[in-house]
Design a protein around this ligand. Structure first.
Ligand code: NAD
Length: 337
């Protein structure tokens, strides 16, 4: 059975990808420092999979630990999720973001080279596009200056991977530019676990629905969109997880020194108000919201052109917005129990 190291595998997207990897016949091995996740995730994984997942508790910036993991296992690839991801915090503590997100990638690539592990899938983001000049946005659409230090780390990491491959390194790389991952595993045993006040829309919506937050503020209703609120491309986290499995499988027959990147979104944009209305439908209760002023740094609208990912990786999303909101809501309800 092929072993795949998932850095940040106890996190939101990593844990769902562990499930998808097992279901596709791989053995995931996790490294996580639990800086933004909870060890209970491992119990959820065990219940879903009827097996425990090997997990190293530690930091990807710890070179000796990384060497130990590579020497103790027979890894055939890596999916690199581990990163600090709070956009707002990154503007206040940029060095934390540059240090964690960039150093961990460099140490990982050096360790992969030392142990002759070629395949890596990297978590990038649609944030690299900024407000694109064309919609839906294609992989070939030029990247814009990053809106935050966090976004800049994603651009820099993409560039590091491209330069590494260009140098002739025996590496095979896929970078996935995620749009907006939402939802949870349909079992409600794992899901998004934001620490403190959620920075993303959906956990804020579900926590408001559950009465943990009094109300949700919609930042601006005077944008040039269907109802004036911002548009994003919301992708179910299980569909996103599947894109990682397909990427690992895709890399298997590639030549050395290979790089490609793919958008992972549904290809549809939804406004914040559409999300609120869809949530009210699946939860069966009205949501307490108010319209506030625009929030600085917000992009007006972005959604993915998914032609490349569907044609080259054969990846097609299976879930729609309502499915994802239903799973997110069930997960929130299960947390309250
Ligand atoms: N969730 C999103 O909206 C989104 C969108 C685009 C891209 N991404 C990227 O996808 C990846 C995964 O995101 P997520 O939403 O699952 O985040 P997450 O915070 O839930 O998961 C990241 C995990 O990495 C761990 N981690 C962080 N730094 C580490 C380190 N140095 N060593 C070991 N573990 C470390 C955290 O404890 C956490 O469990 C990140 O790279 C993120 O930037 C996320």
């Amino acid at each position: 059975m092929q072993q795949i190291l998932i850095t940040g595998g106890a996190g939101y997207i990593g844990s769902h990808t562990a499930v998808a990897l097992v279901n596709a016949g791989f053995e995931p091995i996790i490294i996580d420092n639990f800086s933004n996740s909870n060890k209970k995730v491992l119990d959820g994984l065990e219940k879903i999979l009827n097996q425990s997942i090997k997990c190293y508790e530690g930091d990807c910036n710890d070179r000796e630990l990384m060497r130990q993991i590579f020497s103790e296992n027979n890894l055939s690839g890596v999916i690199h999720f581990a990163a600090s991801k709070a956009v707002g915090e990154s503007t206040q503590i940029p060095l934390k973001y540059y240090s964690n997100n960039i150093n961990s990638l460099i140490i990982l690539l050096e360790t992969m080279k030392e142990f002759k592990v070629k395949d890596i899938v990297f978590s990038s983001s649609c944030t690299v596009y900024g407000q694109p000049d064309e919609l839906p946005v294609k992989e070939s659409t030029p990247r814009k200056d990053a809106e935050s230090p966090y976004g800049n780390t994603k651009k820099i990491c993409e560039d590091i991977l491209i330069d590494h491959v260009k140098s002739g390194a025996k590496a095979r790389v896929v970078a996935l530019r995620y749009f907006n991952p939402i939802g949870a595993h349909p079992s409600s045993l794992i899901g998004e676990l934001p620490l403190g006040v959620p920075a993303n829309l959906i956990p804020f919506v579900t926590q408001t629905g559950a009465g943990i937050r009094e109300k949700i503020t919609v930042f601006g209703d005077d944008y040039d969109t269907l109802d004036g609120t911002c548009v994003r491309d919301y992708i179910h986290v299980m569909d996103l997880a599947d894109a990682h499995v397909k990427s690992i499988q895709f890399l298997a027959d590639k030549q050395d020194s290979f790089f490609d990147l793919f958008n992972v979104g549904t290809g549809n944009g939804n406004t914040v108000m559409e999300v609120i209305k869809a949530f009210e439908k699946v939860s069966g209760a009205p949501l307490n919201y108010e319209i506030g002023p625009r929030r600085s740094g917000d992009i007006e609208k972005v959604w993915a052109n998914t032609d490349k990912v569907s044609k080259v990786l054969g990846w097609i999303p299976q879930y729609n917005l309502e499915d994802a909101l239903k799973d997110a809501w069930n997960w929130q309800v299960s947390l309250e129990k």
